[in-house]
Design a protein around this ligand. Structure first.
Ligand code: PRP
Length: 211
């Protein structure tokens, strides 16, 4: 039997993924070691391989078939736009993609003025403003701490992930509009879906019972 390979999103999502797999009898002891710098882990009994990658790289590994299956946030799936099958909502990592800013920016969102939008997600932000709201905006790509942008005057609003809302609160910002709900998803390579149909189907069925 060939190995079924999983690309997991490094960090919180990976540890929640392993919690979920444990419930259906898929374990990988060596992955639980927090101090380890190892990137790839094998379960010889079940012929499974797991590797850890940066979120935006997970859809890339899956599209090219370097991983059969990926576990990744819906935000990343939308942003990367790779060719793959999204087969399951895993429900954990639930949060929302939102337009946020100071209360004073609310009126700008209904004004059709050319506003600046800072975000780590230019594709999602562009789609939302251009295709849903029909508002022309200037998108400014950032790589983190997006909440800084409206505070220091780089942009009027941001498009970012809101989970508990504490980052916004602690920085005097608010959710002004909701773009979409987000959570972790299972994605599958399009060829693997045919070649490993039986194993993947069983995995999905087993997971359905514990989610
Ligand atoms: C994310 C997101 C927000 C924050 C939201 O950032 O971009 O900043 O979490 O969470 P909250 O609503 O619970 O406060 P992350 O910590 O992943 O780091 P980043 O700023 O580098 O993107």
């Amino acid at each position: 039997m060939r190995y079924l390979t999983f690309a997991l999103t490094k960090g919180r999502l990976a540890s929640k993924t392993m919690d979920m797999f444990e419930k259906i009898g898929i374990t990988c002891e060596e992955m639980r070691d927090k101090d380890s710098r190892k990137l790839i882990f094998v379960n010889e009994d079940l012929k499974l391989k797991f590797f850890l990658a940066k979120g935006p790289d997970v859809p890339t590994y899956v599209e090219y078939g370097a991983a059969d299956i990926g576990i990744v946030g819906k935000d990343t799936i939308m942003e990367e736009g790779r060719k793959l099958y999204e087969v399951m909502d895993l429900k954990f990592g639930a949060c929302r993609m939102c337009v946020c800013g100071p209360e004073s920016a609310r009126k700008l969102l209904d004004s059709n003025q050319l506003i600046r939008v800072a975000t780590k997600y230019p594709v999602i932000a562009k789609d939302y403003f251009y295709n849903k709201k029909h508002q022309t905006v200037e998108i400014i790509k950032l790589n983190g701490s997006i909440e800084l942008a409206p505070i220091v005057g780089l942009s009027e609003v941001i498009v970012d992930i809101v989970e508990t809302g504490s980052t916004l609160r602690e920085n005097g910002l608010k959710v002004l509009e909701e773009v979409c709900p987000l959570s972790a998803r299972m994605v599958v390579n399009q060829v693997s879906m045919k070649m490993e149909d039986e194993r993947i189907r069983k995995l999905i069925n087993d997971l359905r019972k514990v989610i």
